[in-house]
Design a protein around this ligand. Structure first.
Ligand code: NAD
Ligand code: ZN
Ligand code: ZN
Length: 387
């Protein structure tokens, strides 16, 4: 596939190819779109490569709000700044950047606090628009607007992103590794490292061994966890998990009448120190909470469940067990502060990224990435945008 069919020019709209979700749950349609120039505090990015995260699948399937069509999905990517709007000082044309769904303005109370990564100036919402000027930068060839996704919309050869959602990175990082830091791997590693604060010698249980769960394992390994228990329904994930330091496996489909939490309690003599839900099911959050040790056990919710789903916990158990339940968006990381640390740890050969990339495909075959993830065949499928 040709790269952008028009020559890009600052201040002008760019015509390029994008994979548009025209109908929930149906294959994306590759079509020409117009990408407007960036407005104030925005940059227009040429996407080099992007990868598919399960959150794209969750919103691709969603028929009701906040699902919306036509939309350009994709939020795990790396690109090069093509042009910037007014009042942009943080990045300039030619910079290599990682867009992240979670903003970091660097100035609000939350950005200044060590306790939070939830910026309150720009904020995180599942919105169909750009975060500040609430409008779209995409139109189709009939002049109709196309909606944004998670402030990134990387399934397009060009996209527009707010500067609060952009992290400049060292250009030496290969693009098919850099894109992993835009969501999945950073989220998992951060959930173990910053949200949970896993300590050396501790026992960790991870529900769901996709890229997020395996990145939790990688983060826990880097923190010195001595035992990492992986729970999944797909036995293929167990062999893969060994590469990421998973030491024990529980196939939740083969536990019979025994709840998984009881299996984990029996394995650990009372429960794991840290449990992570990396699937996106309220019932598994409850199972994870039940699997962690009384007194100090901590459960971290990372998976994204359907909108409106509720947790049911016994208030007596919450009171008597003294356990902690936390949520973790982007692994508790502040993108501009922490992504450069992960880049350095990769370049220093501490953080493993390579094994997460199980497939690489051309943009024209983007729908194949959906099949691979849904069939449980892949961890991350990198999609090269100029092919
Ligand atoms: P994935 O599809 O690659 O992996 C999910 C894994 O869960 C698979 O191995 C699957 O076999 C397993 N699984 C499914 N049902 C299960 C069950 N009942 N019990 C045990 N295992 C089960 O997905 P991913 O890309 O790794 O994403 C995982 C979750 O993390 C998704 O919900 C995604 O939306 C969410 N996510 C959250 C954040 C965040 O900031 N909190 C960021 C990225 C992704
Ligand atoms: Zn994601
Ligand atoms: Zn902020």
């Amino acid at each position: 596939m040709e790269a952008a069919s028009c020559i890009s020019s600052e201040g002008q709209p760019i015509q390029c190819k994008a994979a548009v979700c025209r109908k929930a749950g149906e294959p994306l349609v590759i079509e020409d779109v117009m990408v407007a120039p960036p407005m104030s505090r925005e940059a227009r990015i040429r996407i080099i490569c992007t990868s598919l995260c399960h959150s794209d699948i969750t919103f691709w399937r969603m028929k009701d709000a906040p699902g919306i069509c036509p939309r350009i999905l994709g939020h795990e990517a790396v690109g090069i700044v093509e042009s910037v709007g007014e009042d942009v000082r943080e990045v300039e044309k030619g910079d290599v950047v990682v867009p992240v769904f979670l903003p970091e303005c660097g100035e609000c109370e939350d950005c200044k606090s060590k306790k939070s990564n939830l910026c309150s100036t720009v904020g995180f919402r599942v919105s169909p628009w750009m975060p500040r000027q609430e409008s779209s930068r995409f139109t189709d060839m009939k002049g109709q607007p196309i909606y944004h996704f998670l402030f990134v919309s990387s399934f397009s050869q060009y996209t527009v992103v707010d500067v609060a959602n952009l992290t400049k990175i060292h250009p030496s990082l290969p693009p098919n590794r850099a894109c992993l830091l835009s969501c999945g791997v950073s989220t998992g590693v951060g959930a173990a490292w910053l949200t949970a604060g896993v300590e050396a010698g501790s026992t960790v249980a991870i529900f769901g061994l996709g890229s997020i769960g395996l990145a939790v394992a990688e983060g826990a390994r880097l923190c010195g966890a001595s035992r990492i228990i992986g729970v999944d329904l797909n036995p293929r994930k167990f062999e893969i998990g060994k590469k990421f330091g998973v030491t024990d496996f529980v196939n939740s489909a083969e536990c019979g009448d025994k709840p998984v939490s009881q299996v984990i309690k029996d394995m650990t003599g009372g429960g794991a120190d840290y449990c992570f839900e990396c699937v996106g099911m309220a019932s598994l959050v409850q199972e994870a909470y039940a699997s962690c040790r009384k007194g100090w056990g901590k459960t971290v919710v990372v998976g994204v469940d359907k909108p409106g789903s509720k947790l049911t916990l016994s208030s007596a158990e919450v009171l008597h067990s003294g356990k902690v339940l936390m949520g973790s968006l982007f692994g508790g990381l502040k993108p501009k502060t922490h992504i450069p640390i992960l880049v350095k740890r990769y370049l220093d050969k501490e953080l493993r990224l390579d094994d997460f990339v199980t497939h690489e495909i051309d943009f024209k075959d983007i729908n194949r990435a959906f099949d691979l993830l849904l069939e449980g065949q892949c961890l991350r499928c990198v999609i090269w945008m100029n092919k």
